[in-house]
Design a protein around this ligand. Structure first.
Ligand code: AVI
Length: 326
């Protein structure tokens, strides 16, 4: 439920493989069975996610890019003495580049801290940012928490923390609050956050976004099993699982599941995993919470931020919200 980005040639180190194995063992044993969505983003999973962002049915990336292009200048005008931007999970850096390019008369150089666990994502993002005016990209190959700490030790002045792409939607509500509270505790009064959040919209549109007719999202979901086979030596019948997306109206979230078509086993000898699934049994792999715009303000306020601006793309139901630490 956290960072995502391309992760090509970097092999998982031993500790990471052990953690992956331990997580698979623990989460598969829960009721309902689960797998953490952070493991979607290996090399192939990241490429599939980039493809999802280009699908006509998945509107988050395009809606947010439009808002950043149109209102990016306002973001910078509201923060006249800004000296650094920190983006948590920049992906390929294109959204941040759009934001920086939208600033018509930014004064002085700006440090742009890019935080991601993937070295290759950081390299691409840094390249995308490096040629935008006087922006100076600084990369931190780290989790959000530790990357934020590292970036803030190099603080040069007023700071904007960007968390875009509706990544906040992959946290459950207590997790989203804890995440924003942690940012608030790390920054100073007058610093700001820029949050991109997908909004609740008609169910058919939500389901098409997470169960697209081309099957790209299904491949993204099932790639988790491919990754378990490759990196953990898991014995899994890939064809035995299908993709399912459901809208949970009560919780305001789209859930993704892997569904056993017939009786299935998942065995990982090194991790002492030997799970037997009944036909129709599911593994819950992701939640994407959707918000109504007022909830975003309420969430930010509850976490110690004062919302100062909100721009909404009505066509695709997406909100970009700016808030100051107060
Ligand atoms: C990265 N995250 C915000 C995406 C989302 O919409 O929850 C991941 C994703 N899952 C399926 N499609 C895209």
């Amino acid at each position: 439920m956290d960072s995502r980005a391309t992760n090509p040639v970097v092999a998982l180190d031993h500790a990471s493989v052990e953690q992956f194995a331990a997580d698979v063992r623990y989460y598969l044993s829960l009721t309902p069975r689960q797998l953490p969505s952070r493991y979607f983003y290996d090399d192939l999973g990241s490429a599939l996610f980039e493809s999802i962002c280009r699908l006509p049915w998945y509107t988050i990336t395009r809606a947010e890019t439009r808002l950043l292009a149109v209102h990016g200048d306002s973001v910078f005008r509201r923060l006249p003495s800004l000296t650094q931007v920190i983006e948590l999970g920049p992906g390929n850096g294109e959204k941040l580049r759009t934001l920086l390019q939208a600033a018509s008369r930014r004064r002085g150089p700006i440090d742009v801290h890019l935080i991601d666990v993937s070295a290759s994502a950081l390299a691409i993002a840094a390249q995308n940012i490096g040629n935008v005016g006087d922006a100076r990209p600084i990369t931190h190959q780290a989790t959000y928490d530790s990357g934020l700490r590292q970036a803030l030790t190099q603080r040069t002045g007023r700071t904007l923390v960007a968390f875009l792409g509706s990544n906040i939607g992959n946290f459950d509500p207590p997790g989203a609050s804890a995440f924003l509270q942690n940012i608030r505790a790390s920054v100073k009064n007058g610093d700001a956050v820029l949050l991109g959040v997908d909004l609740v919209k008609p169910v058919d549109r939500l389901l098409a976004a997470y169960d697209d007719p081309l099957g790209v999202t299904a491949a993204f979901n099932r790639n988790l099993l491919v990754r378990m086979s490759r990196e953990l030596g898991a014995s899994i019948d890939l064809d035995g699982f299908s993709h399912r997306a459901v809208w949970n109206a009560e919780q305001a979230r789209v859930e993704m599941h892997l569904v056993a078509r017939t009786a299935q086993t998942i065995q990982i000898l090194r991790a002492h995993v030997d799970e037997r699934l009944q036909p129709g049994e599911t593994i819950w792999t992701e939640s994407s919470y959707k918000y109504v715009s007022e909830q975003i303000d309420d969430l930010l306020e509850a976490c110690g931020f004062n919302p100062t601006a909100q721009w909404i793309d009505r066509d695709d139901g997406f909100a970009l919200t700016m808030a100051e630490a107060s």
